[in-house]
Design a binder for this molecule. Structure first.
Ligand SMILES: Cc1cc2nc3c(=O)[nH]c(=O)nc-3n(C[C@H](O)[C@H](O)[C@H](O)COP(=O)(O)O)c2cc1C
Length: 177
């Protein structure tokens, strides 16, 4: 097997829209398939961001980001935020997504996404041509009725995630197993 395609065997992956800001508070959105929880106590999440991405330097220098979890109705926005760069485009304007003040960080969250994880950057690791940014969760929010906090699970009859298979292929939730 071609070694270059082997990492794609880890897909499909839940795909998120991470928000970040520049030094003047102008917000940007980046689509990420490489995002995961990485510690229970403290509660940490990690995102892997390519060094060439505009968002890379924003997250590194400002030290905060929000992981917004879109549902399948936002697929077009996921694609746009994953193909345009915030260096030359205002992705909030282009997508018509709405930036809303977060509770604990200066980075806005995306109103149309049903769930949000606000993070403060606590560590970062260079991994080849990407950087893993580790964020401590300082606030979380989720649309009422779609997530059971006692079991920590989405109601999959009520939430359709965007999962990236590879290339331009995506899937959403299927049957329960
Ligand atoms: C489905 C999908 C998943 C992606 N996942 C990642 C990822 O995990 N890490 C990354 O650095 N770029 C990823 N990208 C590419 C970036 O989203 C893309 O390069 C984006 O235009 C960068 O925006 P920026 O320059 O405004 O930061 C993904 C793109 C798509 C469409």
């Amino acid at each position: 097997m071609d070694l270059d395609s082997a990492r794609h065997l880890l897909h499909p992956k839940l795909t998120v829209l991470a928000t970040c800001v520049d030094g003047e508070g102008n917000p940007n959105i980046i689509t990420l398939a490489w995002a995961m929880p990485t510690s229970i106590d403290p509660s940490l999440v990690a995102i892997s961001v390519g060094e060439t991405r505009y968002s890379h330097d924003l997250i590194h220098s400002v030290g905060e980001f929000v992981v917004n979890i879109p549902s399948s109705d936002l697929l077009d926005e996921v694609k746009l935020c994953g193909s345009r760069t915030g260096l030359t485009a205002d992705k909030f304007e282009e997508t018509d997504l709405t930036p809303v003040d977060s509770e604990e960080v200066a980075v806005p969250l995306i109103e149309e996404c049903p769930a949000h994880i606000e993070c403060e950057l606590v560590d970062e690791f260079r991994t080849g041509d990407h950087t893993i940014f580790v964020g401590e969760i300082v606030h979380g929010s989720v649309e009422e009725g779609i997530f059971d906090e006692s079991s920590g699970t989405f109601d999959m009859d009520k939430f359709e995630p965007v999962c990236h298979v590879g290339g331009s292929e995506f899937v959403t939730s299927g049957r329960k197993i």
